[in-house]
Each structure stands twice: as structure tokens, then as C-alpha cells.
Ligand binder design. Structure first.
Ligand code: PGA
Ligand code: ZN
Length: 408
């Protein structure tokens, strides 16, 4: 039974404050969960509590004054009951009373502590009877948009190591591409431009989408992985949608122009994944683009914000073949599972994802394996808050020999 729930302020990878919550049961068995934080958030995400100076003390207070009392004495293995208790205690549509950061850090700490109490790996505890496999990583190796200081409007340029027999081989091949990319940048712009963006990708002084795609694709080819590693992008297009137009590559484009724009890029480059290509309210154009690009997984992140209500709309309108799953967008693991299951039932590809502001908590690696997710998105293969997830996946593969398969 839960003896203690206690929150505290820690720092995240952007140097901002965030919340870590500890849950303690009998015999001092205790674990923690951290809340990550986004920079390019969807407008329908559950709200995090933070004061005007950036402190998350209001969320810490919510844990220590309200959540701890409500959960005291409950069986830590009853994740659903515990999450529903928090949802009821909060009582708002968007978690604005307790804060999604207070709630998700608690929800994760509950799952981790329960697993520890049972002496189980977290993925085994959560996944139970599900078959497990290692997800394919989508590695963001070139950063733009709100995650970098350059002029690129597209937020993320991803490499996707698909055709490998093992996760470790796939990841180590991605490292080669990452290093080749850094060398290309050093040659073309100078070493100072190999400085990193928020998710650990390089952020060279490029302006046009094509220039970035060209550079990353060249890195793939020069490393010899043209037939094994493919390309993806997260446009995070709500961030450059201004007054009904998209401001990109030095011009203003209408929503219909953007359909042609992406189709043209997908013709030139092996883009198998395309996240948030339009503004978060434009379900219709997601559908049009998805029906046009048969070999690309068009994916909704800001479009759905891990909320079943919006996923149902996306399913009706056949908006996307893929969904991003970010536990902190909705605030509890129970709701995250519901969202994931709805996507699965509808044969939609799942991508368990980090945020641009992360901590060393590697929970999402276990979560992705637990749910047998198709993909995981957790940044470049560099910087501790990203490597903690990759290293955990390497550890799971090493200990359990789980399969790595082409899930396209
Ligand atoms: P965020 O970006 O964490 O800054 O919201 C990640 C994403 O858009 O996928
Ligand atoms: Zn995104």
C-alpha cells in the first residue's frame, strides 16, 4: 500500500524547472517519475502548473497537499483506480487544478514503484501478456523550428533505421549517420555550427527544408545505408501557420500549396514519416495528404494530443496512419493506454514519444516495449536525457533478446 507520495523540483534538459514525484510503499520501496516539458505544445494538451517565474512549485504543492492524501493507503498495483482517483480529484477537463505535470509524474512513479515492489522489469509489469518487441527509433538528428536557433521552419529531420535484424545494429548505424552529418557540417560551414539543438540534433545555419533534407540524405548515403535508413520529418506546422498561411522557405503558402509542397519533397526523398504537416485544426488536409502519400506515415501529434476525443475524429476522417503518444499531453498512464489501444484497434501506427524538455528518467523506453509500440521517438543519439532511453532499450534487448522487425 502507498505510504508516501512526495513531489520536488528538479531541472530539465533545457535548464528549466520540472517536477519529480516519489512514491514509497512498504519496506521503503520507492521510485520516481519525472514530468517532461514541450516547447511546441499542442493547444489542446492538458495544462502543466507553473508560475510566472517558471517554478513548478504549484504542481509540487498539488502532489504534497492533495494527491498524497487521496492516494495514501491505496494498493500501488491498482494503476487504473489510482489514476481515476487523481482525475476525479482534479475535476477539470484539462487538468488545470492539480496540473498535468503533477499527475503524470505521480502516475509514472506509481507504475515504477509497483514494478519494483514485485521485482519485475517495468515493461514486463506494464505489458503483462502482450508480446514484446523493440520499437524502431525515429532519431531527430537535425533540429529546426522552436528547438533551434537557425531559420529552418520544419522542426525535426529524422532518420529511421528500418532494415536491421537487431535494435543495437540499427542504433549503431544511426550513430554513423549522425557522425557523418557532423563531419559534413564541419566541412561546409565550420566546426562551430555542429552545436546542438534542444533534442540533440545538429542545427546548422540552413534556411530551406530541401537543404536540410539534402544534407541528412547525403549523410545516409555517405555512410552506406541508403537501402536501410529512411527519412522522416516533424513539421510542427502550427508554429509557422500565420493568418491562414504557412510561412516557409521564404514565402507564404496556402494550405493547398502545402499539399503540393510535401508531395514534391516525398517525390525527391525517401520520406516514410511525416508528423504534423498542417495546423493542428486542419484534420481535412491531413486526410487529403495521407491519401495522396501512400508510402508515408502521416502522423498526428499536436493534432491529437494523446486525447481519445480527437483521435476519434481523426479515425472518422481517416486523417493519419500514425499517432504520437506522449503521456504528459494527457496527464495519466491510464488515459495514455486508452489512447494507445484505440489507435491499435484501428491499425494506426504508434509512436511513443519524449518531449523536447526531458530528464534522465527512461520510463518511455519501458513503456514502448511494454505496449509493443511500432516506433519510439526520443531525439538524437546524444545527450544524457536522450541516451538514457536508448541505453535502456539496448539493455532490454541485451537481457531479453527481443525481436526488432520492420513495422512499416
Ligand atoms: P515538443 O516537441 O516536446 O517541444 O512539443 C516535440 C514534438 O513536437 O514532437
Ligand atoms: Zn511533434
Amino acid at each position: 500500500a502507498i505510504k508516501k507520495v512526495k513531489g520536488m523540483e528538479i531541472i530539465d534538459s533545457r535548464g528549466n524547472r520540472t517536477i519529480r514525484t516519489f512514491v514509497t510503499i512498504e519496506k521503503g520501496i520507492s521510485s520516481f517519475g519525472d514530468a517532461p516539458a514541450g516547447a511546441s505544445k499542442g493547444s489542446r494538451e492538458a495544462l502543466e502548473l507553473r508560475d510566472s517565474k517558471g517554478s513548478v512549485k504549484p504542481a509540487v504543492d498539488a502532489v504534497n497537499n492533495y494527491i498524497s492524501t487521496a492516494l495514501s493507503g491505496l494498493d500501488v498495483r491498482r494503476q487504473r483506480e489510482i489514476d481515476l482517483t487523481m482525475i476525479k480529484l482534479d475535476g477539470t477537463e484539462n487538468k488545470s487544478k492539480l496540473g498535468a505535470n503533477a499527475m503524470i509524474s505521480t502516475s509514472i512513479a506509481i507504475a515504477k514503484t509497483a514494478a519494483l515492489g514485485l521485482g519485475m522489469d517495468i515493461f514486463n509489469y506494464i505489458g503483462g501478456g502482450r508480446s514484446h518487441s523493440i520499437p524502431i527509433p525515429l532519431l531527430n538528428i537535425l533540429n529546426g523550428g522552436l528547438h533551434a536557433g537557425n531559420s529552418l521552419k520544419i522542426q525535426e529531420f529524422l532518420i529511421i533505421p528500418v532494415n536491421f535484424d537487431k535494435f543495437s545494429e540499427a542504433l549503431f548505424a544511426a550513430l554513423d549517420v549522425y557522425k557523418t552529418l557532423k563531419n559534413l557540417i564541419t566541412e561546409r560551414f565550420g566546426k562551430i555550427y555542429t552545436a546542438l539543438g534542444d533534442e540533440g540534433g545538429v542545427a546548422p545555419p540552413l534556411e530551406k527544408t530541401e537543404d536540410a533534407l539534402d544534407l541528412v540524405y547525403t549523410a545516409i548515403k555517405n555512410s552506406g545505408y541508403e537501402d536501410k535508413i529512411f527519412l522522416g520529418m516533424d513539421a510542427a506546422a502550427s508554429d509557422f501557420y500565420v493568418d491562414g498561411e504557412y510561412e516557409i522557405d521564404g514565402s507564404k503558402k496556402s494550405p493547398d500549396d502545402m499539399i503540393e509542397y510535401y508531395a514534391n519533397l516525398a517525390n525527391q526523398y525517401p520520406i516514410i514519416y511525416l508528423e504534423d504537416p498542417f495546423d493542428e485544426n486542419d484534420f481535412k488536409r491531413f486526410s487529403i495528404l495521407q491519401s495522396k502519400l501512400k508510402n508515408t506515415i502521416v502522423t498526428g501529434d499536436d493534432l491529437y494530443t494523446t486525447n481519445v476525443k480527437y483521435l476519434k475524429k481523426g479515425i472518422e476522417e481517416k486523417s493519419t496512419k500514425g499517432v504520437i503518444v506522449k503521456p504528459n499531453q494527457i496527464g495519466t498512464l491510464t488515459e495514455t493506454f486508452q489512447f494507445f489501444d484505440l489507435a491499435r484497434e484501428n491499425s494506426i501506427k504508434t509512436i511513443i514519444s519524449h518531449r523536447s524538455g526531458e530528464t534522465e528518467d527512461n520510463f518511455i523506453a519501458d513503456l514502448a516495449v511494454a505496449l509493443n509500440s511500432d516506433f519510439i521517438k526520443t531525439g538524437a543519439p546524444a545527450r544524457g536525457e536522450r541516451t538514457s532511453k536508448y541505453n535502456r532499450l539496448l539493455e532490454i534487448e541485451n537481457n531479453y533478446c527481443l525481436e526488432y522487425k520492420n513495422k512499416l
